[in-house]
Design a protein around this ligand. Sequence first.
Ligand code: GLU
Length: 374
Amino acid sequence: MPSERFSPASCPRLIVKIGSALLVDTDGLVRRAWLKGVVADIAARHRAGQKIAVVSSGAIALGARRLGLAKGGRANLEDAQAAAATGQIALSHCWAELLGEVGLTAAQMLVTLDDLEDRRRYLNAASTLDRLLSLGVVPVINENDSVATEEIRFGDNDRLAARIGQAADAQGVILLSDIDGLYTANPHRDPTAKLVPEVHRIDAKIRAMADAGSASGMGSGGMISKLEAARIAQHSGAHLAIISGKRDNPLAMFDADGRGTIFIGEKSGNARKAWLAGRLTAKGRIAVDAGAAGALAQGRSLLAAGAVSVDGRFARGDVIDIAGPDGHVLARGLAEYDAADAAKIVGRRSDALEAILGYAPRSALVHRDHMVLL
Ligand code: GLU
């Protein structure tokens, strides 16, 4: 039954993410025959006018084999960096060769978390992607693991793929996985576990299902990072599908039977807000009381009176999280004050602020125009 919900063939721009466990076999070699099938799928879509970017894992796994490193090159950061540097060149070569065989040109982009978290650098990466796609080239993207450090790395290509989808203005993101979607329970352990075909909202129930999910051991993304990716995609208005990469020609197969889990994208109008929602890091956090949490949910700005505490070191304009009384992050936005001034006015009413600060206060701690609800 062809999927009526979302078909990879139906969106003008698509991101396809391929995990290490699919790309590299247990001996550390590229699964070329399978990859040829994926490339054939990409070529067919390309002929139909679709623009595709690939987010390809596998550098660490491939490099580890070449260097003879233990634990698939993931024993420590230095090993992972060396394995990535060694494996990436082989990985790019493989993509360039296989895409070349079907008449397509590959382009390589290696990005770090900061490249996409910093708004200016994000826009820069976005315009490179845009140009490549409009030239009909197939960008092959990976994290620049050879220079990324533990604190500033994505670590998994699921979230990277969603972020790239946003930067490329893609309407769809497909995560090819060793599992064919999100299950209600762990399908390896629970025979009653059922595949969830469609998710509109990622709530506590959906998150609990992901906790029971799978990870292959070779890459680093499990179901949790896939849900994070889905959240980023949904906010940017894109659909995200988790489908099995275990079949040959997985994109064509998905088109034919629609098997997988599709996270439906929100109708989102504001690209800047979507970028904000998709960020993975924040410079600080303001905790708010229940009254302020309610006001935020209704689309209001965060006032000093509703804040209870300030954490972190941030400057005016930095991205901060806003957490409710239970510690859950409700919203994210740009701070109107630096951390020191924000701390001074926490819990204070608007008419008291000028005397405390010694200058005319801003209308809010975080203005609703620079805030997204998560
Ligand atoms: N960037 C890593 C690599 O190429 C993979 C990250 C992941 O496992 O998702 O090996």
